[in-house]
Write a protein that binds this ligand. Structure first.
Ligand code: HPA
Length: 238
């Protein structure tokens, strides 16, 4: 019997996705995580090349799904994972650019909350400003495990921007002056939509570049150099 595909952008039948889903932006990173960390991983989605896999880690069923770049793309995948596939715990494993001098390339940023320059929540909340925050339970667990793993990490606010290439290349300094640790492009939508669906969410971000020092990592490092962050994310599924 052929089961019907369940959602618009994920071509998988009901039950194909685990309750805990790791969310890299890059679908090839989803493949890398599945191949390197999961046992018996099965690819459940190839629609638009946005690969998704379900397998087992230490006997626990777990999925890893690419989200693409930016909040609209994240919003599509997060919504369908929660609404159509019953995901209960969404853990972003992404990259970010450092906005503070003490946040070094290859450090991990744990996003406690996400500011944004996007209009998505202006449309959603009209005159109000929603505060997109991490799940307290996942956050506490991540801090404990990061300490135990001896990771170089920072916990605090991030900026989810809609513009990788800003019209004003110095605009990050305003956010930095309010203590924002790093800039990325998805967490505000993830935290907002997780709140709407009563789902736990947390974003873990490795620092791929620094707007302060202009140091960068290579794309190969971006694809494969995130093992410790993935181990931290996986440990949250224990
Ligand atoms: N800007 C936005 N998103 C990012 C960056 C950046 O500098 N680095 C990694 N993700």
């Amino acid at each position: 019997m052929i089961l019907p595909d369940m959602s618009t952008h994920i071509g998988a039948p009901e039950g194909a996705v685990a309750e805990t889903v790791l969310l890299p932006g890059d679908p090839l990173r989803a493949k890398f995580v599945a191949e390197r960390f999961l046992d018996r991983a099965v690819c459940y989605n190839e629609v638009r090349g946005m690969l998704g896999f379900t397998g087992f880690w230490k006997g626990r069923r777990l999925s890893v799904q690419g989200t693409g770049m930016g909040q609209p793309s994240m919003a599509i995948y997060a919504t369908e994972l929660m609404r159509e596939y019953g995901a209960k715990s969404l853990i972003r494993i992404g990259s970010c650019g450092a906005l503070q001098p003490e946040v070094k390339v290859r450090d991990v940023v744990i996003a406690v909350g996400a500011s944004t320059d996007s209009r998505m929540n202006r449309v959603r909340f009209a005159e109000g400003d929603f505060a997109p925050i991490a799940s307290a339970r996942l956050l506490r667990a991540a801090l404990e495990r990061a300490d135990r793993l001896g990771l170089a990490y920072h916990a605090g606010g991030v900026l989810s921007t809609d513009s990788f290439y800003q019209a004003d290349p110095e605009s990050w300094r305003l956010w930095a002056s309010y203590g924002t640790l790093a800039v990325e492009m998805e967490t505000s939508a993830l935290y907002t939509l997780a709140a709407r669906h009563g789902v736990e969410a947390l974003a873990l971000l490795t620092v791929s570049d620094s707007l302060v020092t202009h140091e960068e990592t290579t794309s190969k490092e971006r694809e494969t150099g995130f093992d410790r962050m993935v181990e931290l994310a996986l440990s949250l599924a224990e």
